[in-house]
Design a protein around this ligand. Structure first.
Ligand SMILES: [Zn+2]
Length: 454
């Protein structure tokens, strides 16, 4: 199947001849090489996803949303839509400007202004009617769930990943190829679980109800294990990607795009460089931070890198070059699917103007896609990044297990309300992006307007 199962037509792309990659980031989990998410609240508590501001509730029995693509010409080649080096986006169409220019600094300000805490997500007063109904249904499921379901199972999976490390180091010292391969596999799986699933949950503050412990886990999983500044990760993933999902110039996943790379290189070769690129991008993110905060982050990242290197030398018996090579190999083992899922679940779906963004439930149901369940990726990356991504974007503070548990409630609700519930297979998306790479990953997306339920 080439396109995801959904009721609304997908907008087509608009050529963007001179698109410049955004200079500020590396993709973090779900966002990114650890993947893109952000800070540990040195200054502020770890925010959870902020709801899109709404003006008035939508009727419960709302008409089916109608997707109306913006009148941006299909292939002007004249550069009507451009992104500047500062991240500014303007789109001139049919004699009017439909996009909004936003500098990186402006984006940061918007993001700070629209990032409520987890509590406010549950107690949001002027919440849209549909979202409120769904929230109550999900809250009911959460209330009836045990601690094991809410946090325990995911914590146990993370603990199991750490338990894989001792046998992995020992197997990596094997003189025989099968043992060595088993060691690489174990180490790669453990690293993916810890730095993708663990860092993602930690970026959302999902590993502890205590804010202090949530900060500790964010620093540990994102900085020590993932080698990326927790603050930058939380800002990129939680405050931008989640709060402004598929909003042009804000959370439109454009930092994942490298339009100068050929499709085969982007999809199958470039991701292997993530273990090298991530620390370099991390250092770039430290510019402008205070000396104390920057030094702490560098120390945490160095602790993670050096401890793995030391164990490979002392326990596995590698010499210096071999230890480095082994680190890169294990850290790159899941980097290809990591990049793929970050791209597949948002790019190519409706993109919205910052000035005419839809209500939250429409934004997420149109701008997020679930991949069909893939056991290996579901358990290493977490359900919220694979088969429950829609649920995760609607309720980002739920754990992976809880996202899986509320999935039937969310899918049934969206389908009953005639809203999209988009799902597609990994290979189907891969074929789609390979065939339409130019349109989806190089050219600027058109702005989508939702008419009928606004
Ligand atoms: Zn997330």
């Amino acid at each position: 199947m080439e396109s995801p199962s959904r009721r609304s037509p997908r907008p087509d792309g608009v050529p963007h001849p001179d698109r410049v990659p955004r200079p500020d980031g590396v993709p973090h989990p779900d966002g990114v090489p650890v993947p893109t998410e952000s800070p540990v609240p040195t200054e502020s508590p770890i925010p959870t996803e902020s709801p899109v501001p709404t003006e008035s509730p939508i009727p419960t029995e709302s008409p089916s949303p109608v997707l109306m693509e913006s009148p941006i010409p299909m292939d002007t080649g004249s550069g009507d839509t451009r992104r500047s080096r500062t991240g500014a986006v303007t789109a001139a169409a049919a004699g009017r400007t439909v996009g909004v220019g936003l500098s990186v600094e402006s984006r940061d300000r918007v993001c700070e202004a629209r990032s409520p805490t987890e509590d406010s997500l549950w107690n949001n007063a002027p919440e849209e009617a549909l979202m409120l109904q769904l929230r109550r249904a999900v809250q009911e499921v959460v209330k009836q769930s045990s601690w094991w379901e809410r946090r325990g199972e995911d914590c146990c999976i993370l603990g199991a990943a750490f338990l894989l490390l001792p046998p992995a180091f020992l197997l990596l010292g094997s003189a025989h190829l099968p043992g060595l391969c088993a060691g690489v596999l174990l180490m790669g799986v453990a690293h993916a679980v810890i730095t993708i699933k663990g860092a993602h949950l930690a970026s959302h503050g999902g590993l502890s109800q205590s804010r202090a412990w949530a900060r500790v886990w964010a620093v540990f999983f994102i900085e020590v294990c993932g080698c990326f500044p927790a603050q930058a990760a939380v800002q990129a993933h939680v405050q931008m990607h989640h709060a402004h999902t598929n909003v042009l110039g804000l959370g439109d996943s454009s930092l994942w795009k490298l339009p100068f790379l050929p499709r085969a290189v982007y999809l199958f070769v470039a991701p292997l460089a993530l273990p090298v690129i991530t620390p370099l991008v991390a250092l770039a993110h430290l510019r402008g931070r205070g000396a104390a905060a920057g030094s702490r982050t560098v120390a945490m990242m160095a602790l993670g890198l050096l401890s793995q290197y030391w164990l490979l030398v002392r326990v596995s018996g590698f010499r210096a070059p071999g230890a480095l090579l082994c680190m890169l190999l294990c850290r790159a083992l899941f980097s290809i699917p990591y990049i793929h899922v970050n791209v597949f679940q948002h790019v190519g779906l409706p993109v919205f103007s910052p000035s005419r963004r839809p209500r939250r439930i429409l934004q997420m149901s149109h701008g997020v896609l679930n991949l069909h369940r893939i056991p290996l990726l579901d358990w290493t990356f977490g359900h919220s990044l694979i088969s429950c991504h829609v649920e995760h974007h609607l309720f980002p503070f739920l754990s992976d297990h809880m996202c899986l548990k509320v999935k039937p409630v969310v899918s049934r609700f969206l389908m009953e309300k005639q809203l999209p519930y988009q799902e597609d297979g990994y290979l189907s998306r891969l074929r789609l992006f390979y065939r339409r790479y130019q349109e989806l990953m190089v050219l600027a997306p058109p702005i989508t307007e939702l008419v009928g339920v606004q």
